[in-house]
Design a protein around this ligand. Structure first.
Ligand SMILES: [Zn+2]
Length: 73
C-alpha cells in the first residue's frame, strides 16, 4: 500500500497519508480543515522540501571565531 504525501496550503504542512490506490484522494486537511490540500506526486524526483538543509553551511567555522564575550571562568 503506498503512502501519499499531501501538502496543505492552509497550515503549510506536509502530511503523509497511508491509503490504498483505490481510495479517493483526501480533499481536506486533517490538521486544520483547509480545502487547499493537494496530493504531492512524488515519482522519485527528489525535490520535496522536507525541512531546511540550508543551515548546515552557516554553522561551519563558527566555533573558531568567538572572541571575547563569555570566555572567562
Ligand atoms: Zn492544514
Amino acid at each position: 500500500m503506498p503512502t501519499y504525501e499531501y501538502h496543505c496550503g492552509g497550515c503549510h504542512k506536509t502530511i503523509e497519508i497511508f491509503q490504498p490506490m483505490t481510495a479517493r484522494p483526501e480533499k481536506v486537511c486533517p490538521e486544520c480543515g483547509s480545502s487547499d490540500f493537494k496530493r504531492i506526486v512524488s515519482g522519485g524526483v527528489g525535490v520535496i522540501f522536507h525541512g531546511s538543509g540550508f543551515y548546515c553551511t552557516d554553522y561551519k567555522g563558527k566555533n573558531a571565531s568567538t572572541p571575547g564575550s563569555s570566555a572567562s571562568k
